[in-house]
Design a protein. Sequence first.
Length: 289
Amino acid sequence: MTAIDALLAGLFDYAGLYPPASFDLHTAAGKYLEYRNVRHASALGRFILGLDRLDEFRAIAGDSIGDFALSVIAQEDADWAALARQIDSGLRIESVEIKCSQASVIERIVQQVPRNVAAYFEVPMQASSRSALEAVHAAGARAKLRMGGVVAEAIPPVADVAQMLKTLADLRLPFKATAGLHHPLRSMQALTYDAQSATGVMHGFVNLSAAAAVIFFGGDVEEARRLLAEENPGAWQVCADSLRWGNLRWGNQSWTAEQLASLRSDFFLGIGSCSFEEPIHDLESLGWL
């Protein structure tokens, strides 16, 4: 496995139902099936949809239902017994994602989520979230970080992301990221697909991966901050056996394919993205795929 293969393996959970794509369910499901058969299909993860749409999804998926690995968005007060029934009836639900930062509620939810279904809890990107993250860790669950949105104010500062990565690594708490990670490198981008869209400096998924790697393998917050902030494509090298970053002022960093595979399996588990095509096309344009 090459370094880029290790980094991308199952990286993108497809969230085409959600902004800014906002496709209808029939269209989003069709695109997921299409992506399973494209050249870089190995980068495709789960299909994301709400718990309240599983019956609708079942009708649309039809005979292709076995081709979908699912991640389900649910509320704190979800009917977890209904989720279990959906699994018993044949849906391949691999994870659930809940926005919640109350320790007692996190513990209660994990006790109700069906066995063998990973639970991700979205908590705010701020220092006060540590107690919630500790509860997520204690419950054997996973964290979810929101990296952007359809307004610039939704994009968290580099310093906050770097500190959150350090907290997660200290707890040895695996996480996934969501929103605003359509592009490999930090850059100014349109925030929606509207012709008159506002713009903002969006985080890059390669930046985030590298920053997570630095922290995971024992580096410090300042190193992670530099990697998150790097906007120059020329600072990066994607080689067959490694991902490398170099800066004349700050030195060099390098991660082997084996290290990237370890990062992905043990710490940075994936990204929820409403686009699968944009990340792949950008990587191809950079010559990294």
